[in-house]
Design a binder for this molecule. Structure first.
Ligand SMILES: Nc1ncnc2c1ncn2[C@@H]1O[C@H](COP(=O)(O)OP(=O)(O)O)[C@@H](O)[C@H]1O
Ligand SMILES: [Mg+2]
Length: 152
């Protein structure tokens, strides 16, 4: 039996996953958002629905940060989407920059700092974990029951 497609023995294991390396460019960030829309539709959350829309916003903010603040020249970033039990989406955006991470922007009239406020408002929870090279900024979102598989 192929281990890749075997049913997970552990009930807490993710039901499904997408992992994609992308160039650390605005184009890569746009692609991350588009892949998210497609993957959510495949999991039963149509393009025009709120869960898909919210997931796209979260990925767009995290990917934009990865390609601006987390970018190391010549290094890709990675998008990982996991469908966890109880219809929770886990988004992971990993970049190569380990010496800097998300921070609160305090300048009251500043242009920046809205991305992570949006992430805080939209996600149920989010955080940062270190990795061998760089870091992962993750967010989790309760999607509700899927409508069933739909065309992408
Ligand atoms: N992936 C990241 N790598 C390094 N620094 C980050 C990352 N994401 C966010 N930051 C830091 O956190 C700050 C706040 O992020 P955000 O709220 O998205 O504001 P903005 O992107 O507009 O500056 C950024 O200005 C940056 O300093
Ligand atoms: Mg930002």
């Amino acid at each position: 039996m192929n281990a890749e497609i075997s049913t997970p023995a552990d009930a807490s294991a993710p039901a499904a996953e997408l992992a994609q390396r992308l160039s650390a460019t605005p184009r890569g960030a746009r692609l991350a958002r588009r892949l998210t829309a497609q993957q959510l539709a495949t999991w039963g959350y149509p393009h025009d629905g709120d869960p898909n829309d919210t997931a796209q916003h979260l990925v767009a903010e995290l990917a934009a940060n990865a390609v601006t603040h987390g970018r190391v020249p010549g290094r890709d970033f990675e998008l990982r989407l996991r469908l966890l039990p109880e219809d929770t989406l886990r988004i992971e955006v990993s970049d190569a920059r380990g010496d800097r991470g998300p921070r609160q922007v305090t300048e009251p009239d500043g242009e920046g700092g809205r991305g992570l406020i949006l992430v805080t408002l939209l996600a149920d929870t989010w955080g940062v974990t270190e990795r061998g090279v760089g870091k992962t900024v993750w967010a989790e979102l309760a999607l509700g029951r899927p409508a069933g598989p739909c065309p992408v």
